[in-house]
Design a protein around this ligand. Structure first.
Ligand code: ACM
Length: 517
């Protein structure tokens, strides 16, 4: 099975199929006569703004990238041309002629994506022949994301770096790192060392599915990213045009922080870092000191992450402890609030004001709409598309991340041999069928849909290799949803292009789920 796939891919990879086998499918690709042969001694010449594209090609082809306007007689030339007729800096034109390959990016990201496309036209691990073609390409959406939960199971730094490379290969440009939750606090905050000192380690983990209540594994699990680790991750991502969106969960999913600093909670109870899965009642209190504590945390987070968006979670906040807490009740009275859920709105608005005052933008899961937030807040619609529709109609920017099409912790096949997953069923074709802009929106409202994002919640993905199994190839399908014009999407065609990508993953040691199964 694998052998015949490999043979087929060699043929398709050289480009003899109907159309260039690239994922996500380009806006346009026109075959031309002839073949380019990459030979030792040929030159790879880039301009200063195409350095990232140059590094990518140099590593893949084993040839140094030379900077300058050298007139290479034959070879590959990469350049940024801001006058290029494409609608985004991420757009590019790739011309493969018999003697010369030219990549023009409208911006540095465009040059980099042109280089990614070129590598997909070369057979995995060889890079010798490319059929002549002209590709003109640019993304449909600005937010093409993936969320990785590093809290439920810690994902070591080398795995995060590899993951960034895999996202960039698919022209994805956002990695949301879910850094804090009940089961672990995974980012060093210098002002509050116990967040990682206590909060990064749990004494054991639920065994099997939470619903079965089978017991615990008896093994400590932990880990966190130092600020130096974060600097390395951020730089690595920037070099590949991926923006890291840090997520610091509040006011729920807070038990690891409460284990470290019990005064941030509502009950004075001594808590351990949580060892189970599911929604947890232990939430932050709404005292001014707690709000200022979390703003201090966000201050350090904003120093570490230079990107525009800061995610504050906001999902799954049981109100029970606030209802029972005299301090929370007094706070409501002081603020003139009538419903407990308005405390949630107050909490998130305080964070939004803080983040906005620092020139950044808050993003939160769709529950943030329930307590009332300002238009400045971007909404991530996960409980279906409803929240996203309401938010866009109301003037909020929206990222579509519904469970129905983007939750890769759901099963991908009915095979009883599939590894334990949280539940649900999300096969590849359903991911591919996703349309991020709901028909209910007017064109003007539709502009608020920034894009879409896949989710890797890791309760049942204990290792990076298991994450890869759950994400590939589904993430590839979502990349095409996020990049390719809707009219160019075609599932049967996508399936024909997938074996080429699988060969590439195989060469990179990615634990993908073979699509033939
Ligand atoms: C979520 O899945 N609780 C955002």
């Amino acid at each position: 099975m694998r052998t015949s796939l490999a043979v087929m891919t060699m043929v398709m990879g050289v480009g003899w199929g109907q159309e260039a086998a690239v994922i996500p499918r380009p806006v346009s690709a026109t075959n031309r006569p002839g073949v380019f042969h990459w030979k030792p001694g040929m030159k790879l010449v880039v301009d200063a703004r195409s350095a990232a594209a140059g590094r990518l090609l140099a590593a893949a082809l084993g040839t140094p990238a030379e900077e300058g306007a050298a007139k290479a007689a034959a070879g590959i030339r990469v350049r940024v041309d801001p006058a290029l007729q494409v609608p985004s800096d991420e757009g590019y034109v790739l011309d493969v002629g018999p003697k010369l390959i030219s990549i023009l990016g409208k911006g540095p990201a465009g040059a980099f994506y042109g280089a990614q496309t070129l590598l997909q036209l070369m057979p995995a691990g060889q890079g010798s022949e490319v059929r002549c073609v002209r590709v003109k390409d640019y993304p449909r959406f600005a937010w093409r994301g993936m969320m990785l939960d590093t809290a439920r199971h810690f994902m070591p730094k080398p795995a995060v770096l590899k993951f960034i490379d895999l996202l960039a290969m698919q022209k994805l440009n956002v990695l949301q790192l879910h850094l804090t939750d009940d089961q672990g606090w995974r980012i060093e905050i210098r002002k509050y060392p116990m967040l990682t000192g206590t909060g990064s380690m749990r004494k054991e983990t639920r065994e099997g599915h939470e619903n079965k209540r089978q017991g615990f594994d008896g093994k400590p699990h932990g880990g966190y990213y130092s600020q130096a680790d974060i600097a390395e991750i951020v730089k690595y991502a920037q070099d590949r045009f991926v923006e890291i969106v840090p997520e610091i969960e509040m006011p729920g999913h807070a038990q690891a922080a409460l284990a470290a600093y019990p005064e941030l909670g509502n009950t004075n109870q001594k808590l351990d870092v949580f060892t189970q899965w599911g929604v947890n009642k232990n939430v932050f209190n709404v005292n001014e000191k707690t709000i200022l504590f979390l703003q201090d945390v966000l201050d350090e987070v904003m120093q570490m992450f230079p990107g525009k968006f800061i995610h504050v979670g906001g999902d799954e906040v049981p109100l029970d402890q606030w209802k029972a807490s005299p301090a929370a009740q007094a706070r409501m009275k002081q603020l003139g609030l009538e419903e407990v859920v308005e405390l949630h709105g107050y909490f998130i608005r305080r964070m939004d004001q803080f983040i906005t005052a620092h020139g950044r933008r808050l993003v939160g899961w769709d529950e943030i709409l329930e307590g009332g937030v300002d238009k400045s807040a971007t909404v991530m619609s996960w409980r279906g598309s409803k929240g996203g529709i309401a938010a866009a109609k109301d003037g909020h920017d929206v990222v579509m991340a519904p469970t129905t099409h983007t939750y890769f912790d759901y099963y991908q096949a009915k095979d009883p041999k599939e590894p334990l997953a949280i539940g649900g069923f999300l096969p590849l074709e359903k991911v591919y069928s996703f349309e991020p802009v709901p028909a209910e929106l007017t064109p003007e409202q539709g502009k608020h849909i920034l894009g879409t994002q896949g989710q890797a919640w890791t309760e049942y993905m204990p290792t990076p290799s298991h994450v890869e199994y759950m994400l590939f190839p589904r993430l590839t399908a979502l990349a095409e949803v996020a990049w390719t014009p809707a009219a160019r999407k075609d599932y049967a065609d996508f399936r024909k292009r997938l074996p080429g990508m699988e060969q590439r993953w195989k060469a990179l040691g990615v634990n993908y789920r073979p699509s033939g199964n």
